[in-house]
Write a protein that binds this ligand. Sequence first.
Ligand code: PHE
Length: 390
Amino acid sequence: MAYTVPKLTDYSAGALERASAELLSALGKEAAVVKNEEEWRIFRDRWMARKNGILTQINDVWLKGAPKEAKRVTGQSVNLVKAQVEEKVDGVKARLQIPHFPTTNLGSEISESEFELEAFSKAGLVDITLPGVHREIGAEHPVIRTTNEIVSVFQKLGYSVAEGPVVETDYYNFEALNFPPNHPARDTQDTLFIAGQQSKAARERLLLRTHTSPVQIRTMEKMRPPLRIVIPGTVHRNDPPDASHSPMFHQVEGLAVDTNITFGDLKGTLDHAMKALFGSSVKTHFRPSFFPFTEPSAEMYVSCFICGGSGKRGAEPCRPCKQTGWIEILGCGMVDPNVFEFVKDNGYDPKKVSGFAFGMGADRIALLKYGVDDIQLFFQGDVRFLQQWG
Ligand code: PHE
């Protein structure tokens, strides 16, 4: 008669031992007569099937039925029995040299997923002759692509990439960049503040960064000069969306600090970068400007690569450069000594080092490069638009 799991009334150590021994002797006898793969499967399932296999039964009948005080010893016996059953089932499999996966009629092993598919197919659960789901390989977003292009131009010049948080403190976004509290220059970068910060000191309050410049400070705190970094990232401003504004946009910032860095280095570096990005025939020019964290500051323009600087496209006026022949690309300048004062302890003594910084809008450059006339298109996620970069 085939072995069945008995109910236990006596949970003494001796009784448990007897019940286990009886089970294991049945296991041994059954194992000895298994002759082929098919029989082994039946044997395995009888003992180990999760649903109603003998191991499941002893768990349910012996362990769950045990009185509280006998739970521990019963658990130990059950675990011993489990280990032996598993060992036996594996042992028989090894004796019969059953491969891990069933063989195909070509004799090679097939993979687990193929095996499952075949099983599902046989059971009528899937129709493997139906065409599969075709997933398109995504396209790089034009703004990300442009960002990567800009970054790689500077990487070739020996710059490394630095990043920082989008949710920033007032200190890094403004104060350490020489925007004192209540300074009117803050109004040029109106931002979105995180709510409920009133109990914090002003410099600790959180906001969405308005530019990537705070990463200048964060990096100078961590790394000593000389330093050459590019900083790509997302920024926010309190600007209502229109064709050329978005409350969220992207910048690429740059910072170079060393001894004897001059405005000539800034001009040479940026002129090279613009030629690498827009073609070797573009010219650059600089106009005085103001940023609290650079002195002197400038806006850099490139000659319009759409009309070639003439301001006209045939008889039509050139719109991207507003007929001026020049397009504003970025803000830049020599790092203000007041900024170095905030990181002086890390080797940035304004008497010993100098540097330049610049920041440009990657979205704006992408608009110009690809001739897109509305920045909103970049962020609406319309696949018909984005597919053009696929
Ligand atoms: N952070 C400035 C802006 O967002 C750009 C800038 C960066 C200007 C670095 C000078 C130097 O407008």
